[in-house]
Write a protein that binds this ligand. Structure first.
Ligand code: HEC
Length: 188
């Protein structure tokens, strides 16, 4: 969306009066999906149809620092167009509320213990002859010189925070899913 279109949405939405700010976590019960099983989450969502435009706003606020909205942009997490193309709504929902349940290939967390005793955790982004580049949970990139790595451990967990959608309402989740489904067309 162009900046102009975004501004238009931001202006028109409050004017229409009928819709609350879709990105406002206070609209509806925040954290509706916290601690829910997949079955409970599916029931909660029902057949609610989301609005992809609103979903884009929620995505920009909560997901975009790790997931690029276009294929081919280097990011901490995978581009979601592929997963939207391959998974149905239930499977997508599962990936969102239970990160790590089906870890996307190559995004497993690892712990590196350095010769000076420091430890770093992150998922490997690059592996060159003498260094490993990792993305940390904070979204930082770090380059670890191989000669300084004493030990490496696979943690089997995801870098994606379990609470990534903690403040999301049921409506926002429907919007988010509708937006992610539009990314299919951008899958390479
Ligand atoms: C701190 C970074 C981070 C944030 C914030 C984040 N994610 Fe993720 N996400 C990841 C990483 C890393 C993976 C790959 C590991 C995995 O599959 O759990 C991932 C995986 C996924 C997958 C599965 C992808 C696949 O190919 O299997 C989906 C779907 C997803 N995220 C959706 C979201 C949504 C929606 C949000 C916002 C509510 C979000 N993520 C926020 C880092 C993040």
């Amino acid at each position: 969306m162009s900046l102009r279109a975004l501004l238009l949405v931001l202006v028109l939405v409050p004017l229409s009066g009928a819709e609350e700010d879709p990105a406002d976590p206070r609209a509806g019960e925040a954290g509706a999906f916290k601690g829910k099983t997949l079955t409970e989450a599916v029931a909660l969502l029902g057949d609610r149809a989301g609005n992809a435009g609103f979903g884009k706003l929620v995505f920009a606020q909560r997901c975009q620092r790790c997931h690029a909205p276009e294929a081919g942009i280097t990011a901490i997490g995978p581009f979601l167009g592929l997963v939207a193309d391959q998974q149905d709504r239930t499977a997508l929902l599962k990936s969102i509320i239970m990160p790590g349940a089906d870890l996307a290939f190559g995004y497993e967390m690892r712990r590196f213990i350095m010769t000076d005793g420091k430890t770093f955790e992150g998922s490997q982004v690059e592996d060159t002859a003498d260094a490993i580049k990792i993305a940390t949970v904070k979204g930082e990139m770090r380059t670890l010189v191989k000669d300084n790595i004493k030990e490496e451990e696979r943690l089997g967990t995801s870098l994606m925070p379990v609470d990534a959608c903690r403040a999301i309402t049921v409506d926002q989740m429907a919007h988010l899913l509708a937006f992610i489904e539009t990314l299919k067309s951008k899958a390479p």
